[in-house]
Write a protein that binds this ligand. Structure first.
Ligand SMILES: [Zn+2]
Length: 243
């Protein structure tokens, strides 16, 4: 894999769950920073299924990236919600799914920043996105910018919180994975399913979002390919006619 490393010798930590989004961010970061300047941090906070953590660990080992697991289960500060219990996943009247964990990204960023500074790392990469998850207030760009300022002030340090997926749709995130030459890898190895089914259940909101995005992207890709082929054939025909 060619490293162009526009970030020179900056070091970065990726907040890594093993899902589609953070796996795409990780692969992009490897190309941008180089493995030697990169590590991941994974939070254990009482997820419904151990498979998420297993997948995250597997990917880090497979890609040769240092992973630090932070156990936050003992803090017991997370409110009860469908991410951590067996209650059904549904969307409330306010449009926010009951998988929302209040303040989760805020807390992750704080822990990641404390860890990062200790390692001499400035750049914190997170796959949060406000396009598909409008109900999650701490996924919004305005919150991330505010948190960046807060962390800098809190620790007197120049953090850069980087959110490569902030304005991408799921289809565009798949496109990014494809551009990174990692579409198959992300598809095969990342885990997104809320029900913890290896390879995805295809039914839960997370699987539906992921599959819908993938289908949209693949449809667009094949439409572009067909259009290009038609264009090429037309130009060949017109050349032969003209010649
Ligand atoms: Zn699922």
């Amino acid at each position: 894999m060619q490293l162009f490393n526009p970030n020179h010798d900056r070091k970065a930590v990726v907040i890594f769950s093993g899902g589609q989004d953070s796996t795409t961010c990780l692969i992009q970061a490897i190309q941008q920073y180089g493995k030697q300047n990169l590590e991941t941090i994974t939070f254990k906070y009482g997820q419904r299924h151990a498979i998420e953590l297993d997948k995250a660990q597997w990917i880090c080992q497979d890609l040769g990236i240092k992973q630090t697991l932070i156990d936050m289960e003992s803090t017991q500060i997370f409110s009860a919600n469908a991410m951590m219990s067996d209650s059904p996943i549904k969307t409330g009247n306010n449009g926010v799914p009951n998988t929302l964990v209040d303040g989760r990204n805020a807390l992750f960023l704080l822990y990641a920043a404390i860890y990062a500074k200790g390692q001499g790392i400035t750049d914190i990469i997170t796959g949060v996105c406000e396009t598909d998850f409008s109900g999650y207030p701490d996924c919004r760009d305005i919150f991330i910018k505010s948190m960046n300022v807060t962390l800098n002030l809190a620790m007197d340090y120049n953090f850069r919180i980087i959110t490569p997926l902030m304005y991408l749709t799921k289809a565009q995130t798949w496109q990014l994975a494809d551009e990174l030459d990692a579409l198959d890898y992300v598809q095969q190895h990342s885990h997104t399913c809320y029900l913890g089914i290896d390879g995805g259940c295809g039914e839960c909101p997370s699987c539906q979002l992921r599959n819908k995005g993938l289908n949209e992207y693949l449809a667009l890709k094949s439409a572009v390919k067909n259009a290009n082929e038609i264009g090429r054939n037309n130009s060949v025909n017109s050349t032969s006619i003209g010649g």
